[in-house]
Design a protein around this ligand. Structure first.
Ligand SMILES: *[C@@H]1O[C@H](CO)[C@@H](O)[C@H](O)[C@H]1NC(C)=O
Ligand SMILES: *[C@@H]1O[C@H](CO)[C@@H](O)[C@H](O)[C@H]1NC(C)=O
Ligand SMILES: *[C@@H]1O[C@H](CO)[C@@H](O)[C@H](O)[C@H]1NC(C)=O
Ligand SMILES: *[C@@H]1O[C@H](CO)[C@@H](O)[C@H](O)[C@H]1NC(C)=O
Ligand SMILES: *[C@@H]1O[C@H](CO)[C@@H](O)[C@H](O)[C@H]1NC(C)=O
Ligand SMILES: *[C@@H]1O[C@H](CO)[C@@H](O)[C@H](O)[C@H]1NC(C)=O
Ligand SMILES: *[C@@H]1O[C@H](CO)[C@@H](O)[C@H](O)[C@H]1NC(C)=O
Ligand SMILES: *[C@@H]1O[C@H](CO)[C@@H](O)[C@H](O)[C@H]1NC(C)=O
Ligand SMILES: *[C@@H]1O[C@H](CO)[C@@H](O)[C@H](O)[C@H]1NC(C)=O
Ligand SMILES: *[C@@H]1O[C@H](CO)[C@@H](O)[C@H](O)[C@H]1NC(C)=O
Ligand SMILES: *[C@@H]1O[C@H](CO)[C@@H](O)[C@H](O)[C@H]1NC(C)=O
Ligand SMILES: *[C@@H]1O[C@H](CO)[C@@H](O)[C@H](O)[C@H]1NC(C)=O
Length: 578
């Protein structure tokens, strides 16, 4: 019993195979050892660990203490006493010399054993056993002659088994919860022999001395009773009722729907039995850890992480898991549009279903496609906005978009409208050719305007002489002839492109018609006739004069006068005779 040498206590699982070997040698030498029944079927050393997996059958404990003699002592003497104590046994070894002892504790009928080594004859406590359970035990040592597993004599003669004591309510103590959402109890008994209502869970986080039961969501803020019984001590029953505060709430079990509307609200599903909880969320923007915002201060289109602080009346505080919040406001546009020949003006009002107050610092980009030189306008506006996109082409179809912008980022869907710009001034006609194919005919030919900038593309031809418009014709063809014009006259041809609304800059050309060739021929014929008539008349006159000398005829005289009257003026006559 006295401390002779250095004490070394090791606790480990050891195969019984070696024990059996020893048993065999012992049987052959002194035949005093009565090994446990289980030793007749020796398992391999490694199989002991796998046996421990059999949860339905409790563990076996066996102790093997070997004492190595420090001095040569011919007949080694040793004996031991097993005393049941709380949570296990106390084993007192008495020996004449110091050896290396091996203590084996083995639950009766099981093959698993608990082994403890000791180099000193002394008192050892073996705990963590099952209550009300019969254990087999043996103490062996290795003597100086090298003989292994010499059995110490038990003071209880041939009895090699001892039963552990009853369990008491005091053996179970409250433990701090090793897992959120669980109620835990601690005991030094082997908890595999214990049962509980609700069912216990085994979790590595809690170690093998702690028994935990899971709380339901509805158990929070209520009185919760755990009953623990022992499968081995039939009479034992332990009841414990705890008032479960929100401290026991597992934050990850709280359902916190993320808000989708502004002003933001989070309505977590708190345990129904908790009547007077207050919950207060504070949010942080990613990257701005220092700035904390209330839910009411959240802005749209921004990522936040919000953590709620739950408080009850007793001052217990519990933080929730973070809720990720990013509220995307939708926008409904009511857009009006108007246009000139170079610009489109849009004016709109926006409403949002999920954002009561459309944020103040939202802005809009207006743009029209196909793009023009000056197509982007950023207009800061709140609900109501207008923008004018300028630099556009006349009479062209545009698709214009109003894109909401928040913090320089494109947000939400853009609103798109189509609009045609008004007609503008067309480009002038090209390749104007004015010819005079006949003496009083003018032919006009030109190419249509390349950009009519309006619904129509006509050539508007004006014919002027002396500053007076004598003809104005719109023609879809650019091929036109003016006939029956005055001869030998200067005409100005002015051609513009006409698009139904506007006329282009004119292209002008001036031409002269030629003399009247038909009139000249007529005059010549007349002259010839006149000369012929004159000659005839003259001859008649001469003849009459000769006759009047013989007797004057009044009638002929008159006829001669009438002929003179028909003769063209003298000037003319003179001119044509040229
Ligand atoms: C007892 O301990 C010795 C030495 O530690 C070991 O060799 C032997 O196998 C053990 N016997 C049993 C039955 O565990
Ligand atoms: C486990 O225990 C059950 C019942 O106690 C027994 O029938 C079975 O053989 C055991 N299995 C092993 C591997 O020990
Ligand atoms: C056990 O007791 C017997 C007599 O009862 C004795 O002969 C033997 O030496 C003892 N063994 C030991 C190891 O003490
Ligand atoms: C010896 O064991 C038997 C049953 O195994 C038991 O009835 C008896 O009381 C025990 N004796 C002592 C002294 O422990
Ligand atoms: C129980 O825990 C102790 C130490 O924490 C460890 O040595 C032992 O192997 C464990 N037992 C089981 C059955 O897990
Ligand atoms: C259980 O309790 C009853 C009486 O309360 C008693 O008679 C009985 O012996 C007890 N059983 C055990 C195993 O302690
Ligand atoms: C524990 O509670 C159960 C039911 O609530 C009851 O049947 C049992 O008698 C109680 N035991 C003790 C020791 O209070
Ligand atoms: C709830 O808490 C408020 C103060 O936090 C207290 O005035 C009120 O009485 C409580 N109500 C209940 C039903 O506990
Ligand atoms: C945040 O606050 C800490 C101290 O409160 C300060 O040292 C740190 O510079 C702050 N960071 C920012 C980004 O403001
Ligand atoms: C917000 O987070 C989502 C995903 O978590 C990511 O797709 C998005 O780009 C983030 N927005 C901003 C503005 O950081
Ligand atoms: C557009 O129309 C106005 C008259 O309404 C005109 O003065 C202007 O030159 C036109 N612009 C173009 C590019 O056609
Ligand atoms: C103008 O000229 C066109 C083409 O020669 C002709 O059809 C039209 O009658 C003329 N109009 C007038 C008013 O002389």
């Amino acid at each position: 019993m006295a401390g002779l040498c250095n004490v070394r206590i090791l606790l480990l699982w050891v195969g019984i195979i070696s024990l059996v070997n020893c048993q065999g040698s012992q049987d052959s030498s002194d035949k005093t050892g009565n090994g446990p029944a289980t030793l007749t079927t020796p398992p391999p050393t490694t199989s002991i660990q796998t046996d421990s997996d059999n949860k339905t059958s409790p563990a076996v404990t066996q102790l093997n203490t070997t004492v190595t003699p420090t001095t040569q002592a011919p007949p080694p003497q040793c004996s031991y006493t097993v005393t049941p104590i709380k949570f296990g046994f106390q084993i007192d070894i008495t020996s004449s010399t110091t050896f290396d002892y091996t203590i084996n504790i083995n639950e009766k009928g099981q093959r698993k054993s608990m082994v403890q080594h000791s180099s000193q004859s002394s008192s050892h406590e073996i705990k963590h056993l099952k209550p009300c359970t019969e254990y087999e035990h043996s103490v062996t040592f290795l003597d100086s002659a090298g003989r292994e597993n010499i059995h110490c004599n038990s003071t209880e003669k041939d009895n090699k088994t001892t039963t552990t004591i009853e369990m008491s309510k005091d053996d179970i103590k409250d433990a701090t919860s090793c897992i959120p959402g669980y109620v835990c109890y601690q005991t030094d008994w082997d908890i595999t022999s214990l049962q509980s209502t609700p069912n216990k869970i085994q979790d590595e986080r809690c170690g093998n001395k702690t028994l935990c039961v899971k709380l339901g969501y509805n158990d929070i803020c209520s009185d919760f009773t755990t009953t623990i019984t022992s499968s081995t001590c039939r009479n034992f029953s332990f009841n414990s009722t705890k008032s479960i505060s929100i401290d026991f709430l597992n934050p990850s079990e709280i359902n916190q729907p993320a808000p989708t509307e502004l002003p933001a609200k989070i309505n977590p599903e708190l345990p129904p039995n908790c009547k007077n909880l207050s919950i207060d969320y504070s949010c942080r923007e990613h990257g701005r850890v220092n700035e904390s915002k209330k839910l009411s201060e959240l802005e749209p289109f921004t990522n936040y992480s919000c953590i709620g602080q739950i408080k009850d009346n007793d001052g217990n505080v519990k933080n929730t898991t973070p809720v990720h919040v990013n509220i995307e406001c939708d926008f409904d546009f009511k857009t009006e549009k108007s246009s000139t020949n170079t610009s489109i003006k849009l004016s709109w009002t926006t409403t949002s279903k999920n954002c009561q107050h459309v944020p103040q610092n939202i802005s809009y980009n207006c743009s029209c496609r196909p793009p023009s030189s000056d197509h982007k306008h950023k207009i800061a506006a709140n609900k109501r906005g207008t923008c004018t996109v300028t630099g556009l082409q006349p009479y062209t179809d545009y698709t214009c978009e109003v894109q909401p912008i928040y913090n320089n980022k494109i947000v939400a869907k853009s609103n798109s409208v189509t609009e045609k710009t008004e007609s503008g001034i067309p480009d002038p006609v090209t390749n104007l050719k004015v010819t005079v194919p006949e003496h009083n005919v003018i032919h006009v030919k030109c190419d249509h305007s390349k950009s009519p900038n309006g619904p129509e593309n006509k050539c508007r031809v004006r014919l002027l002489t002396g500053g007076v418009i004598v003809n104005k014709t719109d023609t879809p063809n650019s091929d036109l002839e003016f006939r029956d014009l005055s001869y030998s006259t200067t005409y100005t041809v002015k051609v513009t492109a006409f698009n139904g609304r506007f006329e282009s800059e004119p292209k002008t050309n001036t031409v002269h018609t030629q003399y009247n060739d038909k009139a000249v021929i007529g005059v010549l014929i007349f002259l010839i006739i006149s000369v012929v008539v004159a000659v005839v008349v003259y001859k008649l006159y001469i003849k009459k004069r000769r006759e009047s000398r013989n007797g004057v005829n009044e009638g002929v005289m008159l006829e001669s006068t009438a002929i003179y009257m028909n003769v063209p003026p003298r000037e003319w006559h003179h001119k044509e005779s040229h």
